[in-house]
Write a protein that binds this ligand. Structure first.
Ligand SMILES: N[C@@H](CCC(=O)N[C@@H](CS)C(=O)NCC(=O)O)C(=O)O
Length: 205
């Protein structure tokens, strides 16, 4: 019998990454749409942050660790651990977290996450510039490849695609050209469509 998976966290959050990944893998799962810092979340994650993934009786936190675990566990959407291609794949994952998600998250924290007295709205100008530099780097690293690792869609493509959705919602400028075409390809994944449908029904429930 396979694992029982429950995604804990509102689908408007990074929980979407895990839902999308589970759809890519064709696995069964439930969604428990908790808000950050709810009592249920605090019991499982001391920081109160979402998302979490319940795997039978274990609880995993941090969306990147979770999607990487799922890829390794099901041997899908990843290069093999301990190989050079995997190190390159992981460097794209790290690039996504540091240089793409970083500016988006800093902008969000200074727009609505932190208490008003801690927000520094001027930082958003820096975030937009950093995001634009990251897009330039991505264009060079991507080159003529279909996905960051070549023809295979892997974990960092999913994470970058999620950041593209986030960037659009936050009104960050997304480039055209090779990066624009790349995001169009990533966001056309049927599993993303399925994930959005599951997320919509979890929101409505
Ligand atoms: N590194 C964590 C970050 C989790 C995180 O910051 N989640 C946000 C929602 S997407 C949150 O819970 N924010 C509430 C807060 O920071 O107070 C991950 O990727 O899962």
């Amino acid at each position: 019998m396979g694992e029982r998976y429950t995604v804990i966290g509102h689908p408007n959050s990074r929980a979407m990454r895990i839902i999308w990944m589970l759809e890519e893998l064709g696995l069964d799962y439930d969604i428990q749409p908790e808000q950050p810092r709810s009592e249920a979340v605090r019991r499982l994650n001391p920081s109160g942050k979402i998302p979490l993934l319940k795997v039978n009786d274990d609880v995993l936190i941090d969306s990147v660790a979770v999607v990487t675990y799922l890829a390794d566990r099901h041997n899908c959407l990843t290069m093999k651990a301990g190989t050079i291609p995997r190190a390159i794949q992981d460097s794209f994952t790290q690039f996504c977290v540091d240089e793409v998600e970083g500016p988006l998250w800093t902008a969000a924290k200074n727009s609505f996450v932190h208490p008003e007295e801690l927000r520094v709205p001027e930082i958003k100008r820096v975030c937009r510039a950093e995001f634009a530099w990251a897009m330039e780097t991505l264009a060079i690293r991507l080159g003529d490849n279909e996905f960051v690792m070549g023809q295979a869609f892997t974990v960092p493509d999913l994470l970058l695609g999620h950041c593209a959705i986030w960037a659009r919602a936050a009104k960050f400028e997304l480039p055209g050209g090779v990066v624009g075409d790349y995001f169009d390809r990533v966001l056309a994944r049927p599993a993303l469509k399925a994930a959005k449908e599951r997320a919509a029904s979890a929101r409505a429930a």
